[in-house]
Design a binder for this molecule. Structure first.
Ligand code: PEP
Ligand code: MG
Length: 910
């Protein structure tokens, strides 16, 4: 950079506002400044402006954090001067001074990004303490225990977070000290013991860093601010952002806040409160607090806290004030809030407010209740609920009968807190890395820990459920599990976990690593062994039905379903499906009584032999179709003809060569061996190197037209059967894997021919449609021609993604795709989230061309993307007629489609 410009940039940096004050009922920021001040900083500013009791402080902006990293970890120019001014302001407001031995000001240095990332970054409390200020604090409070306790907490926290000393070093010293002084809990440590501990902690710092503990408060502050900045790129924060797809360039703000103490005796305390129950959504103050403790004790789950209702009798005035503040904040933010508070000698202080994380059930209930209370509109309610959360509401739960049976068999182990709902069964694993390992080996795991910390995050993501021995329903485990939609049982005190031996003892039983356990996050119960799960009753979800009925009024995209059986059709219709967008007929071939017939067909030596086998299959398919039409009475049922390569129906014979060799060695029956050899030979004949690009889809139908004939007979024969029973059958026949007009023309000809024959034979005609999947890039490019024959299109984005990206889904997901996503070579797994630039662009071309020929062309999507909210948004934008997800994603799609419509309308209004 030329020197002049560099100087100019420096000057701009020096003039730039890096620090925003909040003090004395007035703040420089407000709630709208989340991006700059982080959620915490914006919340503190807003609460200050609203006249709530917030200790004075200031927030350093996220821009400062980004500037710090841009300048190779140097504080930007002008920042420190602004921090000094900030300190001077809060010193004045608090009537205390940083480093003053008589009346010391202590501060907390807190992280806070724009997006809530609970516990993922670092915070330092009690900053400003050294030997002299500690003495001052003791004199001031007349409470030596408190002053020593604050000091030892500060050294260990600062040591761990700022100086990078492993936490165990301090924990071991604390445990040894407790044993020596016969203290059962931290709270039982007497001043002398704490003084001794402080000396030991200082030794640890010296040993680990080769330097004395920094005693100058301003130096402490500078180091702490830098450490909080750096925690933005700490492993757990990076993992968390990857998981929740949060950008890495947002940076964290740092709030420096006057310390208030919840550990000044029994008239003090600290806690977390939710304005509504985050599990159920019930409108009542929910939360926990600890008397004589600091905030870290609640979040870390080291002591099990009391329920907030108890505060009503313990400190009635404080409770009343808290309830009032909670109501006010909820009204102000028009959303349920998660509050952090501290009570210092009977006086309540608010330290944080943020939108409360909640379960799917709570999200839906709060949104619909708030519409009823006139707090938000129906459109806002639709926007408030994450479509992915809706899937959670349809989570499996344990079958009551099986639970009773398990009890009878003595498999009930214990009960903890029902911290996050849903049922999970898996192998017990006692550390996060092992959970990741087993997940990699395709095992279901339940992560069991004494308590979780942010360092366990990667293991939590890999688990199907989480079980902890300690911690309440606002502990780290509970909060994170709810965010991830994982079942969690916390505070299960009966567990005695031995991490060294990788086992737990519970009520006289031992569960070792790898043994199955089952946890119920809805009841808090824990069982040994596996418990079968059942799916919940959608009809019972009244609030969800109401929310979705509002969503239906807003969306323009249809929501159909991928369903292959009559049962699935019935369920899907209950869930709101408006048609079947894909029935994969080959799934009907896999059922027990049918597979041998299909295999006979494959084994047949000639057309006649194949026709014989197909004639046996026909009644099965026809029967299925009648039931499906009946379930979908009056709605379209898109039936796709056979798609997979034939060898997929001979999977059970994959090791037949070995079997034959063994049979021969054992001298088994010759006729049997001969039969097996015939199958093996056929298998070898039809084996392909790239079966996904081989003889499958419409290619199979063109090579073996008798298969097409049987399927068309079944589809239309069933439609006539159904019509005779008064059912309004609407079959739509769909061809897979079409890439050329040569294929489509012939297929169309054959379909018409068979249809006419069937109609003649039955003496009755039924309406049907002829269409095609668009899942080969070439089909996108000639969609104008395709639309001359096809009356509808359906994007098969599974194959379209494979063929456009040249990535085999089955192989890639096993090998490089996960790494690609982790290393950010590509932003998402393209088989889950539609690749808009590549696949999406091809879709646009196809839609545009197809509708040039046929303006009213009906176009859907039936690849997995049809159930993914972000892909659904894209489908709305490009003007698809409908999306067709798998059954349980139908409600997800209804909500996501409405959100896409609302977002589109908002965009147009802008
Ligand atoms: C597709 O390719 O998107 C599709 C729906 O077909 P299948 O997954 O059965 O290949
Ligand atoms: Mg396909």
């Amino acid at each position: 950079m030329p020197a002049r410009r560099r100087t100019a940039t420096r000057k701009t940096a020096a003039r730039k506002k890096w620090v925003y004050l909040f003090s004395g009922g007035k703040a420089e920021g407000d709630a709208s400044m989340r991006a700059l001040l982080g959620g915490k900083g914006a919340g503190l500013a807003e609460m200050t402006n609203a006249g709530l009791p917030v200790p004075p402080g200031f927030t350093i902006t996220t821009e400062a954090c980004n500037a710090y990293f841009a300048a190779n970890k140097q504080l930007p120019r002008g920042l420190w001067e602004q921090v000094e001014r900030g300190i001077a302001t809060i010193e004045k407001a608090a009537g205390k001074k940083l480093g003053d031995t008589k009346n010391p000001l202590l501060v907390s240095v807190r992280s806070g990004a724009a997006m809530s990332m609970p516990g993922m970054m670092d915070t330092v409390l009690n900053l400003g303490l050294n030997d002299e200020t500690r003495e001052g604090l003791e004199r001031l409070t007349n409470n030596p225990r408190f002053a020593w306790d604050a000091y030892r907490r500060f050294i260990s926290m600062f040591g761990r977070i700022v100086l990078g000393i492993p936490g165990e070093a301090f924990e071991h010293a604390l445990e040894a000290n407790k044993r020596k002084s016969r203290a059962a809990t931290d709270a039982d440590l007497r001043p002398d013991a704490l003084r001794q501990l402080v000396a030991e902690y200082k030794e640890i710092v010296k040993r680990e860093t080769k330097k004395d503990f920094p005693t100058e408060p301003r130096a402490q502050l500078r180091l702490a601010i830098e450490a909080v900045f750096q925690s933005w790129f700490g492993r757990r924060a990076v993992d968390y952002r990857n998981q929740f797809k949060i950008r890495h360039d947002l940076g964290t703000a740092v709030s420096v806040v006057t310390m208030v103490f919840g550990n000044m005796g029994n008239d003090s305390g600290t806690g977390v409160a939710f304005t509504r129950d985050p599990n159920t959504g019930t409108k009542e103050l929910y939360g926990e607090y600890l008397v004589n403790a600091q905030g870290e004790d609640v979040v870390a789950g080291i002591r099990t806290p009391s329920k907030i209702a108890q505060l009503k009798s313990e400190m009635p005035k404080v409770y009343e004030q808290l309830e009032k503040i909670a109501k006010r904040l909820e009204k102000h933010y028009r959303d349920a809030q998660d509050l952090e508070f501290t009570i210092e000698r009977g006086k309540l202080y608010m330290l944080q407010t943020r939108s409360a994380k909640r379960t799917a059930r709570a999200a839906v209930k709060i949104a619909t209740d708030m519409v009823g209370e006139g707090l938000i509109t129906k459109d806002e309610a639709i926007r408030r609920v994450d479509p992915a959360q809706v899937e959670q509401l349809l989570l499996p739960r344990f079958d009551d009968k099986e639970v009773e049976k398990a009890r009878g068999e003595g498999r009930y182990l214990a009960k903890g807190l029902n911290a996050s709902p849903g049922a999970a069964t898996g192998r017990a694993v006692f550390d996060a890395d092992r959970a990741v390992e087993l997940k990699g080996a395709k095992q279901l795991v339940v992560l069991v820990r004494p308590e979780t910390s942010p360092d366990d995050f990667h293991g939590m993501v890999a688990a199907t459920g989480i079980l902890t021995a300690r911690g309440g329903s606002t502990s780290h485990a509970a909060v994170v599990a709810r965010g991830l939609g994982l079942p969690c049982v916390s505070g299960c005190a009966a567990l005695d976990i031995d991490l060294g031996k990788r086992e737990m003892r519970v009520n006289g039983k031992v569960v070792k690593e790898g043994e199955p356990i089952s946890i119920d996050g809805t009841t808090g119960e824990v069982f040994a062994g596996e418990l079968p799960t059942i799916l919940p009753n959608f009809k019972g979800e009244k609030e969800l039905s109401e929310l979705l009925s509002w969503a239906d009024k807003r969306r323009t995209l249809g929501v159909w379903v991928n369903a292959d059986t009559p049962e699935e059709c019935r369920l899907a219709r209950e869930l709101g499906a408006e048609g079947v967008g894909l029935a994969r007929t080959e799934h009907m071939f896999r059922q027990a009584e049918r597979l041998p017939i299909v295999q006979d067909m494959i084994m047949a030596d000639d057309t006649e032999g194949r026709k014989k086998a197909l004639a046996k299959l026909l009644p099965f398919q026809q029967g299925d179709f009648v039931e499906m039409y009946t379930a979908m009475d009056g709605l379209s049922v898109v039936i796709r003809l056979i798609d997979p390569p034939l060898h997929e129906f001979l999977r059970e014979y994959a090791d037949l060569d070995v079997e034959i060799a063994v049979d021969k060695a054992l001298g088994k029956d010759g006729a049997q061996i001969e039969k097996k050899e015939k199958i093996w030979k056929r298998l070898e004949q039809i084996q392909e190197d790239n079966p996904m690009l081989g003889l499958r889809g419409c290619r199979l139908l063109l090579v073996y037209p008798e298969i097409l004939e049987m399927q068309i007979r079944a589809i239309l024969g069933a439609a006539i059967d159904a019509a005779e029973q008064g059912v309004r059958a609407k079959p739509e026949i769909m061809m897979p894997l079409v890439g050329t007009m040569g294929e489509l023309d012939r297929l169309h000809e054959q379909v018409v021919q068979v249809a006419e024959t069937v109609f003649k034979e039955r003496g009755r005609r039924v309406p049907y449609k002829f269409g095609t999947m668009i899942e080969i890039p070439r089909a996108c490019l000639i969609s104008d021609e395709i639309a001359t024959k096809a009356e509808f299109f359906s994007f098969g984005t599974n194959d379209l993604t494979q063929t456009i990206l040249g990535i085999s889904r089955d192989d890639a997901q096993k090998s490089f795709l996960t790494q690609y996503v982790e290393k950010k070579i590509i932003p998402n797994d393209p088989f889950q989230v539609l690749d808009r630039e590549g696949v999406g662009e091809m879709m646009r071309i196809s839609i545009q061309k197809g509708r040039t020929t046929r303006p009213d062309l009906k176009i859907g999507i039936c690849g997995e993307h049809g159930g993914d909210p972000s892909s659904i948004e894209f489908c709305h934008q490009v003007g698809l007629t409908y999306v067709s997800p798998s059954t349980y994603r139908v409600p997800v799609a209804r909500l996501a489609a409405a959100q896409a419509a609302l977002a589109g309308a908002a965009e147009r209004d802008r």
